[in-house]
Write a protein that binds this ligand. Sequence first.
Ligand code: ADP
Ligand code: MG
Length: 339
Amino acid sequence: DAFLQIQNLEISFDGDRIIAGLNFAIHKNTLTTFLGPSGSGKTTVLRAIAGLNQKLNGRILLDGKEIQKLPVNKRKIGMIFQSYALFPNLTVFENVAYGLKARKKSNSEIHDSVEKMISLVGLDDKINAYPNNLSGGQKQRVAIARAMVLKPKLLLLDEPLSALDAKTRVELRNQIRHYQQQLGITMLFVTHDQTEAMAISDNVIVMDHGILQQQGSPAAIYAHPANNFMANFIGSHNVLDGKDLLRLGFNTIKNQNINPKALYVIRPELFSFDQKIENALEISGKIKSISVLGDRISCEFQTEKGLLLRFERLNKNSSFSIGKLAKLYLRDSDIVKVG
Ligand code: ADP
Ligand code: MG
């Protein structure tokens, strides 16, 4: 029951193949994030789905129908941009009402729907304000209300939070997730921020260089990176080869022989620090650097054999210091083979 299907999508600019044979599907009433570094082709794919000026090969199906040849206004797709794109000369009410007016809805219907939507995004007291008198977060909430009031089949959001400060970003991402679940909207949310993607998605699609690297739930993607790019992109620490694991003293992983040439990942939070745990390998070494991340402390650890590992622990008592000799403990079952 795929709701949006992208089949063999190819897009080129000036002879440069930017998207080369992309395939994915997303389900109704879910929030999927499209995650990838800058330049990986996220906006290009979003614009193709929305129908904004692109030549493409392949098929785009929405709710079972091919839409790749339909004009923008026939697709029933909403889009939200980083830059808000509000009408500066219209009030909050008029901005949100704009699309309904264009569709010749009755005045009473417009009033009802617009007021309800403005209330949902928490802007009742700003209903007659102009965009210039709103904060960035409030402007983006107007843009979200304006898109949602049209009840699109699919809502595309292109890095909608990138221009906001860190606190507003976290608040608004949680609110977007809340609207999505409360109203039952299918959303495709673009971001280059993996924390943001992990926090709000049912499903994550990771892109690099126009190629889909992995698709899955946030937990699955974190636990089982599909390839080298994914291992380094998500989490990005302790990507080791089998030879390094053998040097650390591991012989097998989950009763399987270690392949010296394969890649493995150890997530920093899975080490136990100076506290022996059962069935774990003891790794001696010393602390090389300490960064306090707020709720957590992240340390580089140099093993006796000269390997550099990163471990994290909760920021409770910080009774350790750089240069301190220490021991890490790790179970082989906490090591993940890449791929
Ligand atoms: P992202 O949104 O992931 O940052 P984009 O989709 O904007 O990536 O861009 C992907 C690639 O396509 C980049 O290399 C970019 O330079 C190129 N590109 C995007 N739009 C155009 C265009 N209109 N003309 C030429 N090249 C483009
Ligand atoms: Mg982009």
